[in-house]
Design a protein around this ligand. Structure first.
Ligand code: AMP
Ligand code: TRP
Length: 327
């Protein structure tokens, strides 16, 4: 029996290379060794206000990009969270077992809530419980995510453990799987902030559907420092981030990359990086165009995905309800 992998992506903003290099690319390469489930977490998206038409289009765009990146619907399940109602139901049950104290410790919520204070939704606070439900419904062994999501996966694990302690062996305890390289790609305009999908300026992120000209222009304008040597030096976040992107895509050793650009200037390196990123995205963009040229194709893949996910989730939910004494 292969181990099960579950991961989710929130269909908001753009799919940028941070999400691609930090998550999606790893999901693609895990397909041979694991039994995979990938979820477009649309119910997580509505924890903050969304324009319904935009959200609807984004769900398809994200699904299309996952497929174009190499997620194979014959080998992996790809589906939308809201298509399988067991996610919301288990989240409610878990709500009743997760202490407030655990939730108060979630750093992502604290950061997001700082700006809007009491206007943030209850859903945003409860986000980790829904995420725990996503993971636990499928007896997930491993959850490949970027570093920022580690705390949420640990909360899912703690919730599973607590439930098991009370009701006996029910949930599998999931482990986060964090990639070594590319775990944190930073913004091109401000390399001290994580590259993020929403509400950022035009020069912040490289998106998977950007044209070669856009990619080049964003990279050439990326913030660096006034030095000129091209070295992996964490105290120089701009060049360090660009080098990390180069390293993650090419898979070359740091010392080889430094040797390759020795004596060259930032603009030579940036040109090379723009070329590398463009070539990395070219086949993906072609597959995306093919997929979207066929109306209804993505919707039918998502529907089939939900039909495969639903029975697995419902079986787990029934077991949980029975143990708790519901129904
Ligand atoms: P999100 O963008 O929050 O929906 O995240 C989707 C997945 O991509 C998660 O596993 C994140 O940890 C990962 N991810 C998002 N942004 C980045 C980034 N800038 N660098 C690396 N990984 C990221
Ligand atoms: N919270 C994750 C993120 O922002 C997305 C997500 C939702 C997820 N449910 C999940 C990731 C379950 C892994 C497993 O990136």
């Amino acid at each position: 029996m292969k181990k099960r992998v579950f991961s989710g992506i929130k269909p908001t903003g753009d799919v940028h290379i941070g999400r691609y290099l930090g998550a999606i690319r790893h999901w693609v390469s895990m397909q041979d060794d694991y039994d995979n489930i990938f979820c477009i977490v649309d119910m997580h998206a509505i924890t903050v206000p969304q324009d319904p038409r935009v959200l609807n289009a984004k769900i398809r765009e994200f699904a299309g990009l996952l497929l174009a990146a190499g997620i194979d619907p014959e080998r992996s399940i790809v589906f939308m969270q809201s298509h399988v109602s067991a996610h919301a139901e288990l989240a409610w049950i878990l709500n009743c077992f997760i202490p407030m104290g655990w939730m108060y410790r979630m750093t992502q919520f604290k950061e997001k809530a700082e700006k809007e204070k009491e206007q943030v939704s209850v859903g945003l606070f409860d986000y980790p419980s829904l995420m725990a439900a996503d993971i636990l419904l499928y007896k997930t062994d491993a959850v490949p995510v970027g570093e920022d999501q580690k705390q949420h996966v640990e909360l899912a694990r703690d919730a599973a453990q607590r439930f098991n302690n009370i009701y006996g062996e029910t949930f599998v305890l999931p482990e986060p799987l964090i990639p070594d390289v590319g775990a944190r790609i930073m913004g091109l305009d401000d390399p001290t902030k994580k590259m993020s999908g929403s509400e950022m300026g035009a020069g912040h992120s490289i998106n998977l559907l950007d044209s070669p000209d856009m990619i080049r222009s964003k990279i050439m304008k990326a913030t660096t420092d006034s030095r000129r040597d091209i070295l992996f030096d964490e105290s120089r976040p701009g060049i360090f981030n660009l080098l990390t992107i180069y390293e993650t895509i090419t898979g070359e050793e740091r010392k080889d990359i430094e040797a390759k650009f020795e004596g060259k200037g930032y603009s030579d390196f940036k040109e090379a990086l723009a070329e590398t990123v463009t070539e990395c995205l070219r086949p993906l963009q072609e597959r995306y165009r093919e997929l979207t040229a066929e109306p209804g194709r993505i919707d039918s893949i998502l529907k089939e995905g939900a039909a495969k996910a639903r029975p697995i989730a419902e079986k787990m939910l029934a077991e949980v309800k029975k143990k708790v004494g519901l129904g």
